[in-house]
Design a protein around this ligand. Sequence first.
Ligand code: C2E
Ligand code: MG
Ligand code: MG
Ligand code: MG
Length: 285
Amino acid sequence: AAKRTGKNKLVTYNSSHVQRFTNQIQMETELRKAILENQLILYYQPRLELSTGNIICLEALVRWNHPQLGLIAPNEFIPLAEESGLILSLGEWVLREACLQKARWLEAGILNYQIAVNISPCQFQDESFSDKAIQIIEQTGIDPAFLEFEITESSIMQNMDTTVAVLDKLCNKGISISIDDFGIGYSSLNYLKQFPIHCLKIDRSFVKNIHSNKDDWAITNAIIHLGHALEVQVVAEGVEEWSQLEILKETTCTTIQGYLLSPPVSAIEIEQTFHRNNNKPVMIS
Ligand code: C2E
Ligand code: MG
Ligand code: MG
Ligand code: MG
C-alpha cells in the first residue's frame, strides 16, 4: 500500500521496484506512456468448479512490464492510476486486451472459458463506463456472455442510482457481475436483492485461516450458504493449501481460485498448462 504525506503525495510503496521512481509525477508520466506503448500485460488465473474439476473462468490480472524495472504488480500502480485518473484509459486497455485474447482463443478453438475483468470503483462511477465497455466489446466482436465484471462492494455503495443504471445496462447485454473481495467492504446486504449479481468471491482473508480459525470458518460458511440461497456462484479466493480445500468442500463451496490450482500466469502459460492437459488442471487429473 502507498503511504502518503500531505496532499496526494506518494512517498513510498512497500516495493523496491517502485521506490526507484523518483516521484509520483515520474511514475504517472511513465504509466501514461506504458498504456500507449503496450507495456501492460494481462496474466490469467483460473477458477475451478469443484463438482466437475473443470476450469470455468479465467480472471485477467494486469501487470506492468516496465522496460527497466521488470514486472510490476497491480497493487503498486493501480492506486496511482486511480488517483491520477489514468485508471479510465488503463481499464479500457485491460477490457480491450481481455476481449482480444478471448477472440484469439475462440479462433484457435481452445480455452473456451469466461473471462473475468476487474473494474475499479473509479471506472464504475464514470458516467460513460457502461457505454464505453459495450463499445469495446462490440468492436472486438466478443459475445458479452463470455465476460464477467468483478466489482467491489465499494463500487456498488458509492452511488446507488448509478449502480442500478449501470448494472441493468450491463446485465441486459449479457455480462455477468461478481462481487470481488466479498465480506471486507462496508456494506449492507440489501444490494444483493436489488441488483443482478451472478457470483460472490469470498475474500482471501477469510479463506486463509479457515482450517484454524473458527470465526473465519463461520464467516466463510455463512457466505457460501448465502450464495446457495441466492442461487449465485460462490468462489473462494486465495486457496493455497489442501487443508483449506478440504474444508471448503465440506462447507459446500462450489468454485475456487488460488495458488493451489495456479497463480496468475501469462496467456502462453495458460495455453501450455491447461490446454495441453485437456483443459483440466494438473492437481485434479
Ligand atoms: P483481486 O481482483 O482480488 O485479485 C486477486 C489477487 O490475489 C491477485 O493479485 C492474485 O494474484 C492474488 N492471489 C490469487 N490466488 C492467491 C493465493 O492463493 N494466495 C495469495 N496470497 N494471493 C493470491 P494481483 O494480481 O497482484 O492483483 C491484486 C489486485 O489488483 C486485484 O485483486 C485487483 O483488485 C487489482 N487488479 C488487478 N488487475 C486489475 C485490473 O486490470 N484492473 C483493476 N481495476 N484492478 C486490477
Ligand atoms: Mg478480482
Ligand atoms: Mg479479490
Ligand atoms: Mg481486490
